[in-house]
Ligand binder design. Structure first.
Ligand SMILES: NC(=O)c1ccc[n+]([C@@H]2O[C@H](COP(=O)([O-])OP(=O)(O)OC[C@H]3O[C@@H](n4cnc5c(N)ncnc54)[C@H](O)[C@@H]3O)[C@@H](O)[C@H]2O)c1
Length: 373
């Protein structure tokens, strides 16, 4: 089984986190890297020992002929590069978001429908330890019916909006150069995992522009998502306001319990469950339930998992991707799950333009091989 899956990477910066997970996996071999910026490519090749280096993505696919590719290039390349790989029968692990327009979503779904290759979106926040434990408690029925969730991604990123020479980066255009909830998946992914219904309609409003008039995105943007049975999710994304970052704020409410994640460093994650907590006013630490309910993967994680990026999330999602490629189980974040996390943010751009009007989120399971629905 050793080195069965040949893996290539697109976008040498973010690939660094994935690299460790693929390097330590006994069934994968990293064969090629692509980055159009030659100095980054060379430095990355030197640091990793990978010798097949490319500045053009499609050339890498055709010459290195990998079995799988990790698309961790800037956001606006995710869909075109994923499609190019799927059309060649190459499996795709794509960074978030899956696409930057509704049309791209249609083309991507069409490519997935027409390809035998696996597509998985790398929403690593769903693999973080507290989020995995909350999901296990939801599965075990300890929250009862879950009907409300919140997720917040508050990450002041202005230092990444320009290159050292002052020229704008992709984040300047695609993350804060568009008004709407442009980066929702880290918040929406865990909420959807706990609410267990897809978002059917959304509304988006913002604060107006306060910090920096240069950007089109309002400082704080709120995305409300409703499911078919009226469950509600509230997503807040803010990449502009001046404040210490706080990217993993979550709340969950069910008929039998509630969860509140830590908001500041040093704080704990708190939970209250009707069946376990005798005092109706006293929260208990989430870890109280670790011994009994923590899923196997997080129980005794290898050292490299704990050291991997994003609280171990990067490591565990690579495990799931390899399992999917090997046919052991379906990818947990398949194309439709990826669309349920990506489309609400794209539709939010129209909603915020129309003053928060509620708009439908298409169900991509109804989209045929030609992407029509
Ligand atoms: N899931 C997470 O936690 C997480 C964290 C960081 C970044 N990301 C995502 O990863 C992606 C990359 O982010 P980053 O922080 O590494 O950005 P970055 O700007 O630091 O680096 C992007 C790299 O991609 C290269 N690149 C540009 N065009 C390319 C192309 N056409 N093909 C291949 N490579 C290309 C650039 O030269 C650069 O080396 C983004 O989509 C971002 O949203 C996700």
């Amino acid at each position: 089984m050793a080195n069965e899956i040949k893996v290539a990477f697109s976008g040498a910066r973010r690939a660094g986190s994935f690299f460790k997970a693929f390097q330590t996996h006994p069934e994968t071999e990293i064969v090629a890297l692509c980055d159009p910026y030659a100095p980054t490519l060379a430095a990355s090749g030197e640091a990793t020992g990978v010798t097949q280096l490319y500045t053009v993505f499609e050339t890498m696919l055709d010459e290195a002929r990998p079995d799988a590719v990790v698309v961790s290039s800037p956001m606006h390349y995710h869909a075109p590069q994923a499609i190019a790989a799927l059309q060649r029968g190459i499996h795709v692990l794509s960074e978030v978001t899956a696409a930057v327009s509704v049309d791209e979503c249609r083309w991507l779904v069409q490519a997935c429908n027409s390809s035998d290759a696996i597509y998985m979106m790398a929403e690593n926040y769903m693999y973080m330890k507290p989020n995995v434990l909350v999901a296990a408690l939801v599965e075990a029925g300890l929250f009862g019916d879950t009907y409300y969730a919140e997720g917040e991604y508050l990450h002041e990123l202005s230092v990444l909006h320009h290159m050292p020479d002052g020229s704008p980066t992709w984040r300047y255009y695609w993350q804060v150069g568009v008004n709407g909830c442009t980066y929702p998946t880290h918040s929406l992914g865990p909420c959807l995992m706990w609410i267990k219904e897809r978002p059917e309609r959304i509304s988006c409003v913002g604060t107006g522009i306060w910090t920096d008039p240069e950007h089109a995105m309002e400082d704080t943007v709120l995305l409300l998502c409703k499911t078919g049975s009226e469950k509600l999710m509230r997503i807040r994304v803010d990449m502009l306001s001046k404040r210490p970052h706080s990217m993993t704020n979550y709340t969950l409410q069910g008929t039998k319990g509630a969860y509140e994640s830590r908001r500041r460093p040093g704080e704990g994650d708190w939970i209250w469950l009707e069946d376990f907590c005798k005092d109706p006013d006293v929260w208990v630490p989430l870890e109280t339930f670790e011994d009994e309910y923590m899923p196997e993967i997080w129980r005794d994680p290898p050292e490299e998992a704990v050291r991997a990026g994003h609280g171990g999330g990067d490591y565990f999602e690579v495990m799931d991707f390899v399992d999917a490629v090997q046919g052991r189980k379906p990818p947990p974040i398949d194309i439709h799950a990826a669309m349920d996390m990506t489309l609400p943010g794209l539709i939010s751009q129209e909603s915020i333009r129309r003053g928060g009007e509620w708009l439908e989120v298409p169900n991509t399971k109804g989209w045929g091989t030609n992407g029509s629905g």
